[in-house]
Design a protein around this ligand. Structure first.
Ligand code: WTA
Length: 653
């Protein structure tokens, strides 16, 4: 197949006629309108100065962006503020102390309701405890915790005293924890005895003990009691949260810090090499999260019940469970556990119970629910939902439509939000009151954000063409650097295309100029000189009625450069993967995209290896496809998945 034929085939796959305009009622009262886009366009930085008014500043900023030393940005640099005050005290002062901040739902079924008044008190006490432990502004504190309210208290307590937190996802290994602690020089760790996952207590503290063997600088470990399991405590180093926080004063006056004071470091889930410590600072980040949570979800804090079903140990949790929602005085749901405990309808039971109005999750979750079947959510009343969000990877049109139909009652807009740990906030997304959504497209830059798609030479592509996604102007929640490595920051993000931020993602502008994300550019395959996106082949596979989920990798091939290898999970009701079915799937891909896209191999598997944030670990699949020894699997949700896949392969056709 020649290049032009192939790109024609690719645009056929992306030729999606379905459009979902905003519901009239939502559009009529929407936070963001076409005028918002126009204002953002006309006002430039002035638009961000306006958005900065969402935040309470101790000292109002007179500057907006200082870009005098690119790519090192300063936003609102002469302003001062306290992030925790913005998430807690100011709402109480505004008379909202009785508003619920979190409806917490533990996996075993225990619940806790936390009002803004209670949240404020808990954060003050925790801040006082950190002070007692000698934590000072600028000191880094590591958090290794389950999804419980104390995790939020601990983050905000750090923010309150100006100590940047680094939250390490509770499922990472001791080694991963140690390397992060070492990288940013942590001296105090906050953890828990354990958390509940899949119906059982899962210990956390032993991993901390193991990690600290190689982290002699850590002098204190605060341990939250969650599961009550037997926990070793090191004399002189470890202290129970209840003991040290419980006795603290409920008074604490927040100190104002400069806008550029570090708020947190978040390590990106490693693809290759040393993890990158993404540094976010206070003022611009808070403005960015606060504005986008309000805009993208059409948030009405007085009435919405908002649920980001992601982990706090991931940037989505930082921006859209903690800083965005709390700065907007949102009532949120916080759920500790897995979606299938104790039954596969748990999420829908929670939506029904709290009458959730906004749900935000990852396509991988949606595809899992598709696999389990629409009859499960159908048993629950989900009619309270009015906006659905998706994050973390491209959402294939089938999953988008299923989500809208079976979860959203065919009435809710689906906002497919593209952003990164580095961007801190949504960058590309439909706006639910404005955009006529196209299934699978992230559509347009958020008002105030400027992006483009460029070719190898950095020249913007025409509509109908694909290339690399770049961000063309600084934005308030952007990362400021990589912790301790300014040069790597410059090299990774700002060197590929002069003056523009290189996101590492492929994207395409369709005929209307709307944006479709095509996956990481490192996931773009080159087969016999043809460029093919893993995402598009996955979409083609998932569009076959027997496929629930698919992952595609480019395996090194002596003849074609790379060869396409697909791993598929079949739907429950599909017959189990005989040779005929594999042939049919290969032909299906050939039909959808073109013979060049036909996978060399299709392996039918039970599970796919995923990171904690739900991303398929293509690197591991590539190792299997190429029969290499498996790389590091510490970030897998379930490291037995790889064994399962390997044993399956032995019998796969
Ligand atoms: C991918 C998660 C397509 C993308 C917030 C990006 C997406 C990486 C989308 C960042 C989306 C995230 N459509 N791809 N809506 N959202 N991605 O840092 O490849 O964990 O570069 O941040 O996820 O992942 P991260």
């Amino acid at each position: 197949m020649s290049e032009p034929q192939q790109s024609e085939a690719l645009s056929n796959l992306l030729h999606e006629d379905r459009r979902f305009p905003p519901p009239d009622e939502l559009a009529a009262a929407a936070n963001v309108t076409v005028e918002t886009y126009a204002a953002a366009e006309a006002e430039g930085e002035g638009f961000w100065a306006e958005q900065a008014k969402r935040i309470s500043w101790a000292q109002e900023p007179t500057q907006v962006l200082d870009w005098s030393n690119p790519p090192f940005a300063k936003w609102f640099a002469d302003g001062t503020l306290n992030a925790a005050y913005n998430c807690c005290d100011r709402h109480v002062e505004a008379g909202l102390g009785d508003r619920v901040a979190f409806h917490f739902e533990g996996e075993p079924g225990d619940t806790r309701t936390i009002t803004y008044a209670e949240l404020t008190t808990e954060v003050k006490k925790a801040a006082n405890a950190l002070l007692e432990l000698g934590v000072k502004a600028g000191d880094r504190v590591a958090l290794y915790l389950p999804m419980i309210p104390e995790t939020v208290f601990a983050m905000l307590a750090c923010a309150r005293i100006g100590a940047p937190h680094t939250v390490v996802f509770g499922g990472f290994s001791a080694d991963a924890l140690a390397s992060r602690i070492q990288d940013c020089g942590v001296e105090v760790v906050i953890t828990a005895d354990g958390g509940y996952r899949r119906g059982a207590p899962s210990p956390l503290k032993p991993a901390v003990d193991e990690a600290l063997k190689s982290c002699p600088e850590v002098r204190s470990v605060v341990v939250i009691k969650r599961t009550g399991q037997e926990t070793a405590m090191a004399d002189g180093r470890d202290v129970w949260w209840d003991d040290i926080v419980g006795k603290q004063s409920e008074e604490h006056t927040p100190e104002a810090f400069p806008a550029e004071h570090p708020l947190y470091i978040m390590y990106t889930s490693g693809s290759t090499g040393k993890p990158k410590g993404i540094l976010h600072t206070t003022g611009g980040y808070l403005v960015g999260c606060s504005y986008t949570q309000w805009a993208t979800f059409d948030l009405k804090p007085e009435t919405d019940i908002y649920w980001t079903a992601a982990d706090i140990g991931w940037v989505t949790g930082h921006s859209y469970i903690v800083y965005g929602p709390l700065s907007n005085a949102t009532t949120s749901i916080l759920y500790e556990g897995t979606p299938d405990t104790p039954h596969k309808g748990r999420w829908w039971e929670i939506v029904q119970k709290y009458q959730a109005t906004i749900l935000y999750c990852a396509p991988t979750a949606i595809r899992t629910f598709m696999k389990w079947g629409a009859d499960i959510p159908a048993k629950f009343d989900l009619s309270s939902l009015r906006v659905l969000g998706s994050v973390g990877e491209p959402i294939n049109p089938e999953a988008y439509v299923w989500y809208r139909e079976h979860i959203g009652g065919d009435k809710t807009p689906v906002v497919d939000t593209w952003w990164q740990t580095e961007t801190g906030m949504h960058m590309i997304s439909p706006m639910p009151g404005v955009t006529s959504g196209k299934p699978g497209a992230a559509m347009k830059a958020v008002p105030g954000v400027s992006v483009d798609v460029v070719n190898d030479e950095g020249i913007p592509v025409q509509n109908g063409e694909g290339g690399y996604l770049v961000i063309t102007k600084p934005w308030p929640a952007m990362l400021r650097t990589l912790w301790g490595d300014d040069q790597r920051y410059v090299d990774t993000y700002w060197s590929r295309f002069e003056g523009r931020y290189f996101a590492g993602d492929g994207a395409k502008k369709d005929e209307d100029g709307d944006l479709w994300l095509l996956g990481r550019v490192d996931d773009v395959m080159n087969v016999s000189g043809h460029r093919l996106s893993t995402t598009e082949i996955e979409s083609a596979l998932v569009s076959h009625p027997s496929v629930a989920e698919a992952a595609v990798v480019g395996a090194t091939d002596a003849t074609t450069g790379q060869a396409i290898v697909a791993f598929v999970i079949l739907r429950g009701d599909a017959t189990n993967g005989g040779a005929d079915q594999v042939t049919e799937l290969r032909n299906h891909v050939a039909k959808e995209i073109g013979p060049i896209a036909k996978p060399r191999q299709i392996m039918v598997v039970e599970e796919l290896p995923k990171t904690r944030s739900g991303k398929i670990m293509r690197r591991l699949l590539r190792d299997i496809a190429e029969n290499r020894e498996l790389g590091d699997v510490t970030t897998l949700t379930d490291s037995t998945v790889m064994d399962l896949i390997k044993s399956n392969l032995a019998t796969a056709p």
